[in-house]
Design a protein around this ligand. Structure first.
Ligand code: NAD
Ligand code: UGA
Length: 385
């Protein structure tokens, strides 16, 4: 049966230029596009470890529909040609781990703004559609966080729910370099929006709210640097795998909503296949029902990991660390992130499905299966003198 879009029209097979295809989100999106659609992917990245299973062997059912192009978009003349070959470009490439924002602010700003400029320009000049990945961090802090601690208004959704077309972007001072990422993402959003308004660029901007699942980031000392600090899912997974206490930054009081990567990818596929409904829009993609403090996240992950691994929870399950000690000078944090879902619901009829417990159960099962043996070997190895 022919696949149809939300308006009942047949979906044409597309060629998609996916920049950053070798990362966490890219790997899941490539998997979905290969297994469930007829689309072709030109996968661009500097790494391909997370999509190797889709590239080899030649006998895979989708062989020929995905090709990997190893390139750095900072300096590679092949970029424009690949964008021209495609109907649609999806840009995922970015430095997007908070540990980098205050310690490598220049790389962060270059990666999230300067390096994205040619992609926007080539799409605009060649009349190609662009789906650009921004972030929920563009909202920064909530309005409610500036109210007195005991103000009843803090409980009023008007002071914390984040709306694409209404909420302001509230960042800290310049010396709080945490916001270098959010600010660079905000400026590229504004540039894309302006290209749409002045030059007719067909664009969609995605604001992911803490998408998590298998293949997110790396486990320090196993498939990433020992001293590296990934995002919270991988930090806590690493602690659990090693039987160490989970580190709560500044008491773990910040709140987040976590969405399962597989739910979120459904939303991206709807955007890809329904351009008339997605063009010109900015979409929050998150799960407002999965809100927890970071401390609660740690507690749930400890329980779930114990269930899936059969190992006892560590005697000291969590410890508090200051943000200065953990991330260094210039760190700051978003207090609370509840996505408003009105626009994505209206335009694409999308809703997240997976509960926090369920998504952590499948993700931690994957982490245990993938890393537990390797961690045991590393721990058992005597340190070279
Ligand atoms: N995962 C989330 O929940 C989340 C949340 C908000 C925003 N985002 C945004 O979504 C996008 C993808 O995030 P992710 O979680 O998959 O991150 P990721 O780090 O796993 O993936 C990014 C990929 O881009 C590649 N890349 C970076 N710079 C490049 C360059 N110059 N040339 C070629 N390739 C380059 C990296 O090698 C990596 O494979 C990013 O733009 C990020 O800011 C993600
Ligand atoms: O995922 C998103 O939607 C966006 O937010 C993330 O930012 P953040 O949620 O702050 O990053 P995490 O590393 O996942 O941290 C979440 C919270 O856990 C805390 N944390 C992290 C690691 C840890 O070991 N302990 C700990 O308490 C952090 O301080 C923060 O409050 C990243 O900036 C991006 O990947 C992305 O743009």
């Amino acid at each position: 049966m022919a696949r149809v879009d939300l308006d009942g029209k047949p979906i044409k097979a597309l060629t998609i230029c996916m920049i950053g295809a070798g990362g966490f989100i890219g790997s899941h999106l490539c998997e979905k596009l290969m297994s469930e659609t007829p689309h072709t992917v030109l996968a661009l990245d500097v790494y391909n470890d997370k999509i190797k299973h889709l590239l080899e062997p030649d006998s895979l059912p989708w062989a020929g529909r995905i090709t990997f192009h190893r390139l750095n978009i900072k300096h590679d003349s092949r970029l424009e040609g690949l964008i021209k070959m495609a109907d649609l470009t999806i840009n995922l490439a970015a430095i997007c781990t908070p540990a980098d924002y205050n310690t490598r602010p220049l790389d962060t700003i270059y990666s999230n703004f300067i390096d994205a400029l040619p992609v926007v320009k080539y799409c605009s000049e060649n009349n190609k559609r662009l789906i650009h990945f921004s972030t929920c961090e563009v909202y920064g802090k909530t309005i409610g966080s500036f109210l007195p601690k005991d103000s009843p208004l803090r409980k009023d959704p008007a002071y914390y729910v984040l709306k694409e077309d209404e909420s302001p972007c509230i960042f800290g001072s310049i010396e709080k370099q945490r916001w270098s990422y959010a600010c660079a993402k905000q400026l590229i959003e504004r540039l894309i929006y302006a290209e749409g308004a002045e030059n007719g660029l067909e664009f969609t901007i995605v604001r992911p709210f803490n998408w998590i699942g298998p293949r997110m980031d790396f486990i320090p000392g196993i498939d990433g640097p020992s001293e590296g600090v990934p995002r919270v899912l991988a930090c806590f997974s690493n602690n659990l795998l090693r039987g160490e206490p989970l580190k709560l930054v500044d008491g773990g009081q910040s709140q987040r909503t976590f969405v399962y990567i597989k739910d979120a990818i459904e939303a991206v596929l709807l955007m890809i296949e329904n351009p008339a409904r997605a063009n010109g829009h900015i979409f929050n993609v998150g799960n407002p029902n999965n809100e927890v403090t970071v401390r609660q996240l740690a507690e749930i992950m400890i329980q779930v990991y114990s269930k899936v691994s059969g190992e006892k929870a560590p005697e000291t399950p969590t410890i508090d660390v200051s943000s200065k000690e953990f991330y260094g000078e210039g760190y700051d944090d978003s207090d609370k992130r509840i996505p408003d879902m009105t626009i994505i619901n209206r335009q694409l009829g999308w809703n997240p499905k997976t509960s926090l417990w369920d998504l952590l159960e499948s993700t931690l099962t994957y982490q245990h299966r993938t890393y537990a043996e390797a961690i045991k070997k590393v721990i058992a190895k005597p340190v070279a003198s």
